[in-house]
Design a protein around this ligand. Structure first.
Ligand code: ZN
Length: 243
């Protein structure tokens, strides 16, 4: 099955090249330290989504750029979309993907603030349309062995995420502005609190970005792509879908 970027495809191309699998990224526009681009979450998730779609011969949809960024909304340039508005929008898009006849939709999420929202709407759409929906938080659901091996100081805009951006868009990273931050307290349970978030993210950064490297980022991303591809193939096999 041919890989296709839906927004670049003509009507004839999309009609004559059907695929049972659609792939879409969801990200954010938010502050990532002083050294990474604000579009980091969307750009990396979309890059992963594109590689996965290529491997699977799937249809790639354009990413959903804006996400829910409560904890970093005080930083200039961060766009914090209301949770329920985001839920409705992502749900509407997934319903439209289902209506186009795909059997499996893979959602590559690039931002922690979106995770619970994306899962809730994925479940709603899957059970009301019959389309299977796989949701992957690319940095924490797959390739965790590689992550542990490669990085000592991971975190938001930290060693791991900075390495990933160095791999895909080195030109957008300002390593001279890279820094580190380890907060005195990180809750071990899900604790939603603006006071705690501003303690954790005074510089919109966690971990140590100065330890990042392009090479580590590329090795990690390769492991992530193959882990997702393998998981989707396995899902398809078990659903009796040929891909
Ligand atoms: Zn991020």
């Amino acid at each position: 099955m041919p890989f296709l970027r839906v927004w670049e495809a003509t009507g004839r191309a999309i009609d004559s090249n059907p695929s049972p699998v659609a792939v879409i990224a969801v990200g954010s526009v938010e502050r990532h330290g002083d050294h990474l681009p604000l579009g980091t979450d969307t750009m990396v998730a979309h890059w992963v989504a594109e590689r996965v779609a290529e491997e699977l011969g799937a249809h790639l949809y354009p990413p959903i750029w804006f996400g829910s960024s409560k904890g970093l909304s005080s930083f200039r340039g961060t766009i914090d979309v209301d949770d329920l508005a985001l839920a409705s929008y992502v749900e509407a898009v997934l319903r439209e993907i289902a209506r186009s006849g795909y059997r499996i939709c893979v959602v590559v999420n690039g931002h922690g603030g979106n995770s619970s929202i994306v899962r809730v709407v994925a479940r709603r759409v899957a059970f009301s349309t019959g389309m299977a929906i796989a949701v992957v938080d690319w940095w924490r659901d797959v390739a965790q062995e590689a992550r542990k091996k490669l990085f000592e100081a991971p975190g938001h805009a930290g060693e791991d995420e900075t390495s990933a951006v160095l791999c895909i868009r080195e030109d957008l990273v300002d390593m001279e502005a890279a820094s580190s931050h380890s907060p005195r307290y990180i809750p071990r349970i899900a604790a939603y609190s603006p006071a705690i978030d501003s303690e954790i993210y005074p510089r919109a950064l966690l971990g140590d970005a100065t330890k990042a490297s392009k090479e580590k980022g590329c090795r990690w991303l390769e492991a992530i792509v193959s882990d997702i591809v393998e998981s989707v193939r396995e899902l398809a096999r078990n659903l009796g879908i040929e891909i």
